[in-house]
Write a protein that binds this ligand. Structure first.
Ligand code: TRP
Ligand code: CA
Ligand code: ZN
Length: 316
């Protein structure tokens, strides 16, 4: 479920929309003043979970993981690429070598928009060798895949150029994303106006963490969660521990969402978010139990909807 928030809404406008909803109807709402962008779609959590089921099957058929250099990684990449190709994206596989094994990034460009202003969203697609990696990071990978498919279904034509990325070998030290950023010319790097990262967004005992990086990106995510009435906290579980770091180091504005890994949920956090205090956000982090059973559907749904909201808002 997602709140319908007018594009380019100010904080005040969001509050107004919330009270209208509380009043039971938006039907007679006055048109929002000023420029508006097309409303972001409600991403179907059922569709996101269907991608996770496929990634689980891929792991199960390939020795239980989707790790760098293993058959399950390439099969995951082929699955995502086929969906994007069928939806009209221009896909590119970028190959690299790490630890003596071949790895791949998948880049998907949505035709159109100003290629001097590129908005990127990315997630690492590799798992660790010990498990299927469904929360880490099937969750982010499936959510940005479904967001990309929603772009296609809506035939969304934003002012900026949209690019989605699935990174290889994150678990070996951000290898794929680093390779991508290093491979860009200075000019092409400067054309990226923002990079949004999604690594673990369906944690079973979830928190709602927003990266405290670029202020405009951070504000966009916070606006969305405020509209839902869900409190957020700043992400502190290891700044620079995911694929946004190479972009940030290259001077690209970055942001993202995170539902928690091996840190333990406090009593205060359980009071505001529910779940279990004194227990990790994800007890199966980097373990064999990171399967499709290791997902909180509500967190996956809210974060997926927040991704679509941010992609729509920030590409206008
Ligand atoms: N990137 C880590 C992994 O894949 C997970 C993680 C830990 C993380 N801390 C984070 C992701 C903070 C984003 C933000 O194993
Ligand atoms: Ca949804
Ligand atoms: Zn991991």
């Amino acid at each position: 479920m997602q709140l319908s928030v007018p594009g380019r809404a100010t904080a005040t406008a969001v509050v107004a929309a919330v009270s209208l909803l509380a009043g039971g109807s938006l039907a007679d709402a006055a048109p929002a003043a000023g420029p508006t962008v097309a409303a972001a779609p409600d991403i179907s959590v059922t569709a996101v979970k269907a991608h996770l089921t496929q990634l689980q099957s891929i792991a199960t058929a390939n020795g239980g993981n989707r790790a760098h250099g293993r058959a399950g990684y390439k099969a995951s990449l082929d699955y995502v690429k086929a969906k994007l190709d069928a939806a009209g994206f221009t896909t590119t596989i970028q190959q690299f070598t790490s630890s003596g094994r071949v790895g791949y990034n998948l880049i998907a460009d949505w035709p159109g928009g100003d290629t001097n202003k590129v908005l990127m969203a990315g997630s690492h697609l590799d798992s660790v060798t010990s498990g299927a990696g469904i929360n880490d990071n099937g969750s982010g990978s499936a959510a940005i895949l479904e967001t990309a498919l929603a772009v296609s279904r809506a035939n969304f034509q934003p002012a900026k150029h949209l690019r989605f990325a699935w990174w290889g070998a994150e678990e070996l030290g951000l290898v794929g994303s680093r390779y991508y950023v290093n491979s860009l010319s200075t000019a092409n790097r400067s054309r990226i106006s923002g990079y949004l990262n999604f690594d673990m967004i369906g944690s079973p005992n979830p928190g709602y963490f927003v990266y405290d990086d670029d202020p405009a990106i951070e504000k966009t995510f916070k606006t969305y969660f405020t509209g839902l009435g869900v409190p957020t906290e700043i992400e502190t579980e290891g700044d620079g521990r995911s694929d946004h770091a190479p972009f940030k180091n290259a001077g690209v504005p970055v942001g993202g969402l995170f539902s928690g890994a091996d840190y333990v949920k406090t009593a205060a956090q359980a009071a505001k978010w529910g779940g279990t205090s004194g227990r990790a956000f994800d007890r199966c982090y980097h373990s064999s139990c990171d399967t499709t059973a290791n997902i909180n559907d509500t967190a996956l749904d809210r974060n997926s909807d927040a991704i679509a909201y941010a992609v729509w808002e920030l590409s206008a």
